[in-house]
Design a protein around this ligand. Structure first.
Ligand SMILES: C[S@@+](CC[C@H](N)C(=O)[O-])C[C@H]1O[C@@H](n2cnc3c(N)ncnc32)[C@H](O)[C@@H]1O
Length: 272
């Protein structure tokens, strides 16, 4: 099957097919805000704005490519009013069930990040590892910027371009990263479990994303390339408490994750 690029239809089918396995195999905490596999959560990174009531009333949040919306559930439990959007009804169904179990109120909506339109005005727009699946990531950032309230924050976590590299055996039991082209990385094409649909993550140079943020009228307040938590030195209890996103598959990749960043995080606000 030839890959022609993600469309809303192919993404929805791919993620609907994967949702059950993804939510079963990955432990995603709702007691912290996560930034990706094996990474410290916000209780350590401290990037979230203050989620108290703002001067105009309730603190309003929008999540883009939310999956089951664990981050929105966490924010709702802190008192924020949350909308969680995703293209996959199956991912959203997991989210609705989880929110009910956690007694958290989150408005789960099927919305493509590539056609968000105007969903309102928000104090915080956040997205964790969804942007690489967009057909037009520059527009996603511009649309998000247009929905920020003055003083609002865009907290964007996306795939790091180094992650597009391939680990090769370089002899003597050593592995090295081979990245054929940092500026034009090949898309990471994946087949759905039922072998019927393809989806691809497209990584971009950090400077490209920074330019998109700049042209959307935003300024970058913080840029992080976080290293994973020191999993091999931690007890299972410590991992459970301090690592909000974990799975057996990602643990196997720890030796690689410890050497290159898996995500880049941009904390942005509207330029004055
Ligand atoms: C790697 S998962 C991350 C989910 C969630 N943010 C998390 O951290 O668990 C990527 C998510 O992006 C969603 N997605 C893919 N294409 C999308 C699109 N065009 N619009 C909205 N969501 C999309 C998928 O359905 C999936 O839930």
């Amino acid at each position: 099957m030839q890959f022609k690029g993600n469309t809303d239809q192919s993404s929805a089918r791919y993620w609907d097919d994967l949702a059950e396995l993804y939510q079963k195999e990955t432990r995603i905490s709702t007691n912290d805000f996560h930034y990706g596999p094996l990474l410290p959560g916000d209780s350590i990174l401290q990037l979230l704005p203050n989620i108290g009531k703002n001067s105009a009333g309730i603190f309003q949040c929008l999540e883009v490519g939310a999956g089951a919306g664990q981050n929105s559930i966490f924010l709702a439990k802190q008192g924020a009013q949350c909308i969680a959007t995703d293209i996959s009804e199956e991912q959203l169904a997991h989210g609705r069930k989880l929110a009910k179990k956690e007694k958290a109120e989150v408005d789960f909506r099927r919305v493509s990040m590539d056609a968000m339109g105007d969903l309102g005005k928000f104090d915080l727009i956040h997205s964790t590892y969804a942007l690489p699946f967009s057909a037009d990531p520059q527009k996603v950032i511009a649309d998000a910027a247009a929905m920020l309230k003055p003083g609002g924050t865009l907290l964007l976590t996306t795939g790091h371009p180094l992650y597009a590299g391939e680990w090769l055996d370089i002899g003597d039991g050593e592995e090295g990263l081979f990245l054929p082209d940092y500026f034009q990385p090949d898309p990471d094409v994946r087949m759905s479990l039922d072998d019927k649909t393809m989806s691809a993550a497209q990584y971009r140079p950090v400077s490209t994303i920074a330019e998109w943020i700049h042209s959307a009228g935003l300024v970058i307040e913080r840029l992080l390339e976080p290293a994973p938590m020191p999993i091999p030195e931690m007890s299972e209890g410590e991992i459970l408490e301090n690592v909000p996103y974990d799975s057996p598959g990602w643990r196997e990749l720890y030796p690689q994750l410890a050497r290159i960043p898996v995500v880049v995080i941009f904390k942005c606000s509207l330029a004055k």
